[in-house]
Write a protein that binds this ligand. Sequence first.
Ligand SMILES: *Cc1c(COP(=O)(O)O)cnc(C)c1O
Length: 414
Amino acid sequence: MKDDRPTLAPSVSAWSAHEIMRLRADTPGCDEVLHFNNAGASLPPGPVLETQIDHLRREAMIGGYEAAEEARARLEAVYESLARLLGAAGVDEIAIVENATRAFDMAFYAIAFKPGDVILTSSVEYASNYVAFLHMARRGVRVDVVPPDRSGQLDVAALRERLDGHVRLISMAHIPTNNGLVQPVEAVGALAREAGVFFLVDATQSVGQLPVDVKRIGCHALTGTSRKYLRGPRGVGFLWVDREWIERLDPVILEGHAAEWVDPDHYVVRSDSKRFEVWETNVAGRLGLGAAVDYALAVDPGRIWPRVRDLAARLRARLNAIDGVTVRDGGVERGGIVTFTVSGYDAEEVKGLLRAKRINVTVIRERTTLLDMRRRGLRELIRASVHYYNTGEEVERLAAEVGALTASGLRHAH
Ligand SMILES: *Cc1c(COP(=O)(O)O)cnc(C)c1O
């Protein structure tokens, strides 16, 4: 096996132009597009792409099962890499599944909710998670949305006031899908631990963007995905569950990998996090995820974070200076997600006009984060999400193109 890891000086906190150039040269998509959709799916680096293609080729040449056997050690190493990235106590706490949503479902539906139980959550939750809450509400569970403070982040004092004996779960996104804000998950984690309430963090947008340490957050379970800030393949996600809680969670779906069929009428559920998995899987995707995690570890989340923050802050400042453009991000601490609206333009139009110039942004619709969008009276947002491989010049170029849209005056009044 070739050594795929980029050779970087890990202790250097400043980024040299040379290093950025090297990382960009390692990212084939950088020659094609200005990619500001890293919160949707990042451009993968070469080793992620090659790891997947190599494995697909092995599957075709020697057979899928045989190729998986050959890759067994590397497949096990994916769990070790994830455990290291997240600060897990061990590989037994990690499950690899199809995406962050399924990771979330496997933890969420495994909680033995009773009628009268309360779920505490934030006002900026992702649709799929909130639909799961509503699904459980049909069985008599109450969903209580903790309001944001004036900055837009979850009001920790308001959450503390709601923590009573009925609260069965605290669940929230670390970074919402439609806002640059970073939620104060450590403060919530401390309260959850004190109250002994299960705390499930949706870290889909934060893993790969900033250092995520499950022990520092103080959560009991955490979900993430491969394709976003981790720069891995699509169709892979993961779940971390605190060792102490794994056997208290009863998966709603079990099969022959999550549980062992030991007698005609008897099965034994696995005692580790693999109880949340399913046997058949995209092996090339898993290996690609492993390559992405190793790549992120080599680049170092502690260094990625300040660069992502700086680039995003620069983009917000440039956009704010344009007449007719309103930046919509809130919060105290802000990361790589930049959201804005352009007066007189539909978000889809802006996206299309930028796309014609090979600049990728995306559109966030009301239903993606319904509570938050309704609260703020927004129907849609344009989301430009930066990553460390983006450059200051790319940020300037994006802002200039948005500025050019509005320069000729506002097209139509809404
Ligand atoms: C994208 C996203 C998800 C869902 O992740 P999938 O991998 O698509 O299932 C969940 N939560 C947040 C905050 C997201 O941005």
